[in-house]
Ligand binder design. Sequence first.
Ligand code: 4NP
Length: 161
Amino acid sequence: MTKVLFVCLGNICRSPAANGIFNALINKNHLSGSIACDSCGTGNWHIGCLPDKRMREAGARHGYAFDHRARQFDPENDFKDFDLILTMDNENLRDVRALAGTAQDLAKIKLFTNFCNGDYANTLIVEDPYFSEKPDAFDAVIAHVENGCEGLLKFLTEKQA
Ligand code: 4NP
C-alpha cells in the first residue's frame, strides 16, 4: 500500500480538494487496494471542520463531494504512516520540513506541483484561494490539483508496475 498525505495551511481548501480528487482517481482506476491518501493542515484553526463552503461548491460544480474533516499535521504518526507527504506551497514545505526528525522523514516531503504536467508543468505552488479576490480562485485550485493528481497517479502506477 502506498500512502500519500496532502498538506496545506488550513486543511479546508487545497489539500482536502487534492484528497477528494485523488480518491476519485484511485476509485476510478480500481486502485483502492494499493494506493490511499489523506490530507491535513500545518495550522490548527479549522480542526474538525468541513472544507470551506466555496471549496465544496467548486467541487460540486466539477463532480466532487469534498467531505474531509480538517486535522493538523501530526509528526508523531504522519512521518511513519505515509510514504509521500506533498505540500501545496513553500510555506507548508518549510513548516513540515521543520518537523522532520530523520533524513528518511525529509525524503518523503515534496511539493505537490512536482507532479504537474502540460499547462501546469512549470508551476511551483498551488495558490491559496482563501483570501483571493479572484472569482474563479476555487475552480482554479480544482483544475491545478486535477493536473497534479493525474501526474501523481501516473508516477505511482509506473513505479509499482
Ligand atoms: P488552505 O487555505 O490552506 O488551502 O486550507 C486556507 C484556509 C484557511 C486559512 C488560510 C488558508 N486561514 O487563514 O484560516
